[in-house]
Design a protein around this ligand. Structure first.
Ligand code: MN
Length: 415
């Protein structure tokens, strides 16, 4: 942060769902990353240079009457004793005390525009600090976006983080095992969703890392399908894109398999094309490689398959150049994965794609989607959507796949 700087890191605001019921509070990733603190209405303040308390944690004060309703709070003593703050403070005293923390700091790290109510408090404290800056005292003259430091720290995962991510992946693996065991024609998609969610919670996952996609038959061609209310039919494929969050970290997995336990020949050809592309793309995840490079590997392999399957005509190079392949593969191949399912960290640095380094984690998730109403496609492929997604860690050598134990070989899936 440099000398004489201060970082303000507030919790995410809570939102009313309806009447007096709130949406579930999910701790802010940055705040949780730095402090481990999970309660709402909190704010961490980190300061460099001469100051009385380098780490101040504002929390909701203990309040037996409120805690009777809402559950136990760590309180200001716990902020110090449990979370290692140099000072714990009551969040209700923020307005009265924030100015002091900004005085004699030159640079303020604060993410403007995420929470307008908090912006108002910070700007008021900043204005007050400027009024009080005299006789050798001073106020911040720079406001810096904290992600410039924090998100780069989060981009590369240490061993403890990777162990947590492996745990999230293992929970997802159990849930997919369960989905494979219970799938059957006649069930509704939400019954599979219920199995996934139940499995996550039974194994201690806090919540799904994102809304589970349980897309049977033609629904697999809707990329963000989450209504999950179709009755599955004999002969459908089922595409499940779901991942557990555990210890604050996400997993993100997609598998596609036949509802009746047997791929049709056409389904199997499409499936094997996606699997070929996915294996080639995973193999490209090496130190120094980049997201666009991994995507290019997947696109080339998929475009070759589109020709073989008779979905497109022409040459591979021309179809890639014209982007005609996007009719069947219209999304990216990868994103960073971590505390956020689409995790933070720059993708480009100084105008060039960022090279992978050991410890960064990304998904590899190619797919083929042939819409049911695509009358130019061979009839046997219409309505087939396939995606296969794994979570991959960059190491100094071969890529490490956190979700490797979830079956994806077509014969293994049938077994
Ligand atoms: Mn994904």
């Amino acid at each position: 942060m440099g000398p004489d700087a201060v970082l303000l890191l507030p919790s995410t605001p809570t939102y009313i769902r309806n009447n007096d019921v709130e949406h579930e509070y999910r701790p802010d990733s940055d705040l949780y990353y730095l402090t481990g603190f999970r309660e709402a209405s909190s704010l961490a303040v980190l300061s460099t240079g001469r100051c009385e308390h380098p780490f101040v944690l504002y929390v909701r004060a203990r309040d037996p009457a409120r805690e009777l309703w809402d559950g136990a709070r760590v309180g200001v003593d716990g902020a110090r004793g449990i979370f290692g703050a140099d000072a714990g403070r009551n969040i209700d005293e923020l307005d009265a005390t924030l100015t002091d923390l900004l005085l004699d700091r030159r640079r303020l790290y604060y993410a403007i525009g995420r929470d307008r109510a908090m912006d108002d408090k910070v700007f008021a404290a900043l204005a007050m600090a400027r009024r009080r800056a005299r006789k050798g005292r001073f106020a911040p003259t720079e406001i810096v976006e904290p992600s410039t430091i924090l998100h780069e720290m989060r981009w590369s995962k240490d061993d403890a983080e990777l162990a947590t991510m492996q745990r999230a992946a293992d929970i997802s693996a159990k849930a997919f095992e369960r989905a494979l065991a219970v799938r059957a024609p006649g069930l509704y998609e939400y019954e599979i969703e219920a199995e996934l969610r139940g499995c996550f919670r039974r194994m201690g996952s806090e919540r799904p890392a994102y809304e589970p996609i349980v897309a049977s038959g033609p629904n697999a061609c809707t990329l963000h399908y989450v209504t999950n209310d179709r009755r599955m039919e004999d002969g459908d494929l089922l595409l499940i894109d779901a991942g557990a969050e555990s210890g604050g970290y996400a997993s993100d997995v997609t598998r596609t398999f036949p509802v009746n336990g047997r791929f049709s020949p056409a389904q199997r050809r499409v499936y094997e094309a996606v699997l070929r592309a996915q294996l080639a793309a995973i193999d490209a995840v090496r130190p120094g490689a980049t997201l666009p490079e991994v995507h290019r590997v997947a696109v080339r392999s998929l475009t070759e398959s589109m020709l073989e399957l008779g979905l497109l005509e022409g040459s591979v190079d021309a179809l890639i150049e014209s982007e005609d392949y996007k009719r069947f593969y219209m999304h990216g191949t990868s994103h960073w994965l971590g505390m956020d399912v689409h995790d933070v960290g720059l993708e480009w640095i100084d105008g060039a794609p960022r090279p992978f380094a050991p410890g960064c984690v990304l998904t590899v998730e190619p797919g083929l989607y042939i819409r049911a109403d695509d009358e130019r496609a061979p009839a046997e492929y219409r309505g087939i959507g396939v995606r296969i997604e794994d979570d991959v860690v960059v190491t100094s050598g071969a890529p490490r796949v956190l979700t490797a134990h979830i079956p994806k070989d077509p014969s293994a899936l049938e077994r």
